[in-house]
Design a protein around this ligand. Structure first.
Ligand SMILES: Nc1ncnc2c1ncn2[C@@H]1O[C@H](COP(=O)(O)OP(=O)(O)OP(=O)(O)O)[C@@H](O)[C@H]1O
Length: 247
C-alpha cells in the first residue's frame, strides 16, 4: 500500500553546507488497513520520509509509491490525506471555509463537501466554532481542524506528522479514536509520533528510525508479547545506534 524502496535523501545544512544524511536507503512496506507508527528521536528523518511520501521533496535515489503508483503521479493526491507537523493555515479563514477550499481543490461536489464537512467538524468537535476565524483557535483546535482537512476527501491513505503533538489528553484521545475509526473503514494510516504510549495504543506496526537509518520494524503485539514496552525497544535501538546518530 505504502512502499519506500531504497530511498535516500541528503541535505546541505547552514552556511558551511555540511551534508546531512536525512534518510539512508530506507526500505519499508505498510499493508492496507494497517496503522503504522514511525518513531525516532529528533532529527531522525521522520518528517523527511513523510515529505517524500506526499511529494513535497524528492528523494536523491530510490522510490516511494502509494498503491503501486509513484508518489510524484498527480493522481496519488486524490487518495492521500495529510496533516503536517504544526499545521498553519490562513488566519482569517474559518474552519468551515478551510474544509470548503480543501474539498473544492480535491474536485468534490458542493453537496458532498457540505455533508463531509459537517460530519468531520462534528467528529473533531469544532461544529460550534466552525464560523470562527482560525486565528481565534487554540493550538489543539487548529490541529483538529487540520485533521478534518486531511480527511475531507475521504482518502484511502492518511499520513499524519505528529498528530498528537501539543494536544491535551482529551484531544489525544479524540485524535486516537478518529485514527481507530479510519482503520475500521479499511484505511491505511502512517503517522509519526514521540508519544510512545499513544503509539502502543493505536498502532499495529512500528518502525524505529535513528540517524536516517531504519533500525527495526515490528508489530506492537510482538513487542508487548515479549514483556517489553515500546519505550524499552526504542531506547535500546537509540543506544545501539550510538550517540553520534542522535541529532
Ligand atoms: N530542508 C532542510 N535543510 C537542511 N537540513 C534538513 C532539512 N530538512 C531536514 N533536515 C535535516 O535532516 C535531518 C532529519 O530531519 P527530519 O525533520 O526529517 O527529522 P524528524 O525525525 O522529523 O525530527 P523531529 O522529530 O524533530 O521532527 C535533521 O538533521 C534535519 O536537520
Amino acid at each position: 500500500m505504502i512502499k519506500f524502496a531504497g530511498v535516500s535523501k541528503e541535505f546541505k545544512e547552514g552556511v558551511t553546507a555540511k551534508r546531512v544524511k536525512a534518510l539512508v536507503n530506507l526500505s519499508l512496506e505498510i499493508e492496507q488497513g494497517e496503522i503504522f507508527g514511525f518513531l525516532g528521536p529528533n532529527g531522525a528523518g521522520k518528517s523527511t520520509a513523510i515529505k517524500i511520501l506526499i511529494n513535497l521533496i524528492y528523494p536523491d535515489s530510490g522510490q516511494a509509491t502509494i498503491m503501486d503508483t509513484d508518489v510524484g503521479d498527480k493522481n496519488v493526491r486524490r487518495f492521500v490525506g495529510y496533516l503536517p507537523e504544526n499545521p498553519y493555515f490562513y488566519d482569517y479563514l474559518t474552519a468551515e471555509e478551510l474544509l470548503w477550499f480543501g474539498g473544492k481543490s480535491s474536485g468534490m461536489a458542493k453537496d458532498e463537501i457540505l455533508e463531509r464537512s459537517n460530519l468531520l467538524l462534528d467528529k473533531v468537535q469544532l461544529l460550534e466554532a466552525r464560523k470562527r476565524p482560525l486565528r481565534t483557535y487554540s493550538k489543539g483546535m487548529v490541529q483538529r481542524a487540520g485533521l478534518a482537512l486531511a480527511l475531507i476527501h475521504n482518502p484511502k491513505v492518511v499520513i499524519l506528522d505528529e498528530p498528537m503533538s501539543g494536544l491535551d489528553p482529551i484531544g489525544r484521545k479524540m485524535v486516537g479514536d478518529i485514527i481507530l475509526e479510519i482503520k475500521g473503514e479499511g484505511k491505511t494510516v502512517f503517522f509519526s509520533s514521540h508519544i510512545l504510549s499513544d503509539v502502543e495504543r493505536f498502532c499495529d506496526q512500528i518502525g524505529i528510525i535513528v540517524g536516517g537509518r531504519l533500525r527495526r520494524t515490528s508489530s506492537v503485539a510482538d513487542v508487548l508479547k515479549h514483556g517489553e514496552t515500546l519505550e524499552d525497544v526504542f531506547m535500546r535501538e537509540v543506544h545501539a545506534a550510538g550517540l553520534k546518530e542522535v541529532r
